[in-house]
Design a binder for this molecule. Structure first.
Ligand SMILES: Cc1cc2nc3c(=O)[nH]c(=O)nc-3n(C[C@H](O)[C@H](O)[C@H](O)COP(=O)(O)OP(=O)(O)OC[C@H]3O[C@@H](n4cnc5c(N)ncnc54)[C@H](O)[C@@H]3O)c2cc1C
Length: 500
């Protein structure tokens, strides 16, 4: 059995509660423990906030990872930080697992309650307290939908740059927990670059305010950074203070066509090395284009085998256009076949639509799909693209590559028929190893959740993993908060890189 398949098998065991090798919380809670929590919840919360009806439990049993659903015992929907604190205090006392959940759009199984217990849904903490124009900050509840944060900030001519493609189905708390990014991360960075502070409830029920609503802050350890990207394993985020920027006055969008994905990757790397600073460089390879052509045959010319969506922005129309023009001219000189520039907002939307619906289009081309979100240093983008093609040939499965290639974050999608599961597992493992071999990382934005926790040993030393276990233990001594996520039970192996 290969390493990936054996890791998957162990996850199945986890779901079935058959082991307890390292997680302090590794079983579903006893009826007694649940009754003890339930008694406290019934005393402190309105009845409508506590749900145990089968339809509701099913709704909160899965996310967008494709991992098998696991039913929680209870879904609890607090409306305030104090309610979150009282739920955690009771759960900690009774040793009942609690899985925080924003809107369930995660792709790593992070909000799946693999040991049952409570799903703590933060969707009700969705108030936007204020947008502060003078200080360019916003204070928002963790359950606020990202698109609502955008609307509120744009109303003040301000800009919150992080832009995961799930913007209308994900919460700001989930974004912070996963350190979400999107196409604009190339120029503006990811969620962590815009979180000045967080209000967090620790697994013990203590409430802390980490960070400050100031741009600079060097007093004590940076607890805000510890929480960002911790995937709901260290504390429950209830509120966030966000940094905002002035809204760009103008945006220009163009699409660069290439004969093949290797040329696209080489040109893209060259453009960035030359100092161009677009806000997006989104790459789609030939498998991605073919998937889109299945729905709309005339969407792209037959001659193109890859495309890159390039966007620039600036303080004036002239500036944004000049930047796009310079980038386009350089791309043509380096080997792009053609460049088309959006003439208006409708054109711009038309250019982005295929990218925004790509995941679904790819899914329709095969019986199964595994989506990895590895990152490599930008200079290795062409190497990673070539490695993905070799891995595809070696394992006999289709490997489609697209994503935020400008910042090295590639969505490598393994497409396969159900009887090719072993080959697909082998391909996934080789993709992860290849990313590490180029100095990259296992995940740029989706996190490890339950899906990739057992691969952390490919990237982090045992010592580093142990250090992280110590941090987890000091904040969550009873291991009640999102058990079974992020940290592996034990590392699978040190990287034995052979995928290049
Ligand atoms: C179509 C689609 C496109 C996507 N595109 C992108 C993309 O471009 N970039 C990107 O980064 N991601 C993308 N994602 C993944 C996903 O949307 C992000 O990971 C998002 O940040 C998850 O937010 P959520 O509110 O849905 O969190 P959930 O899925 O509910 O939870 C995700 C993790 O965060 C934890 N969590 C959630 N809320 C809290 C909280 N308040 N406190 C503590 N922990 C919490 C959960 O326990 C879990 O571990 C995409 C997903 C889909 C379905």
């Amino acid at each position: 059995m290969n390493e990936y398949a054996s890791a998957q098998r162990r996850l199945c065991f986890a779901v079935q509660n058959r082991f307890g090798d390292g997680d302090s919380m590794s079983e579903r809670p006893s009826g007694e423990a649940l009754s003890a929590v339930r008694r406290v919840l019934d005393r402190t919360l309105e009845p409508s906030r506590i749900r145990d009806d089968p339809t509701e439990l099913e709704k909160y049993a899965s996310d967008w990872s494709g991992a098998p659903p696991v039913l929680p015992d209870l879904v609890v929907k607090p409306r305030s930080t104090e309610e979150v604190a009282s739920i955690l205090r009771a759960a900690n006392q009774a040793r009942v697992p609690v899985t925080p959940r924003g809107l369930g759009s995660g792709k790593a199984g992070g909000s799946i309650p693999i040991y049952g217990g409570i799903v703590l849904s933060l969707e009700g903490l969705n108030n936007i307290e204020h947008v502060d124009r003078a200080n360019m900050t916003a204070v928002v509840g963790a359950g606020t939908i990202l698109a609502d944060v955008w609307r509120a900030t744009e109303a003040e001519k301000l800009f919150y740059p992080p832009d995961p493609n799930s913007f209308d189905i994900c919460s700001i708390g989930g974004n912070i927990a996963c350190n979400a990014g999107g196409p604009r991360a190339l120029k503006y960075g990811v969620t962590k670059n815009y979180v000045l502070g967080v209000e967090v409830v620790l697994p013990t029920g203590d409430i802390i305010d980490a960070g400050k609503a100031t741009l600079k802050h060097v007093t004590g350890y940076d607890l805000t950074s510890l929480v960002v990207g911790s995937e709901g394993t260290l504390g429950v985020i209830t509120k966030a203070t966000l940094r905002l920027l002035p809204e760009p006055a103008s945006i220009e969008t163009g699409v660069l066509h290439f004969a093949n994905v290797h040329t696209a990757a080489r040109v893209l790397t060259q453009l960035l090395a030359d100092g161009h600073q677009p806000r997006t460089l989104e790459l789609l390879d030939h498998h991605a284009l073919d998937a889109l052509r299945q729905k709309s045959p005339n969407l792209f010319p037959d001659t193109i085998g890859a495309l890159v969506i390039a966007e620039t922005d600036g303080t004036s129309d002239e500036r944004a256009f000049a930047d796009l023009q310079q980038l386009a001219e350089a791309a043509l000189a380096y080997g792009a076949l053609d460049v088309q520039v959006a003439q208006n907002e409708a054109d711009r939307r038309r250019i982005w639509l295929p990218r925004n619906t790509l995941s679904e289009s790819l899914r329709a081309t095969a019986e199964a799909k595994i989506s990895e979100d590895i990152v490599v240093p930008r200079s290795h983008i062409p190497d990673m693209i070539d490695a993905a093609q070799r891995i595809s040939d070696r394992h006999g499965v289709k490997v489609a590559t697209y994503g935020h290639a400008g910042d090295g974050n590639l969505h490598v999608n393994i497409l396969f028929d159900r009887d090719q599961r072993a080959a697909a597992d082998g391909a996934v493992l080789d993709v992860l190893k290849a990313a590490i071999s180029f100095g990259g990382t296992l995940s740029g934005e989706h996190g490890l959740g339950m899906m990739k926790r057992d691969f952390l040993g490919l990237e982090h030393s045992e010592h580093k993993i142990e250090l992280q276990r110590t941090i987890k233990k000091s904040l969550d001594p009873n291991g009640i908060l999102n058990p079974g996520k992020v940290l592996p039970r034990r590392a699978i192996s040190s990287p034995q890189v052979e995928a290049k």
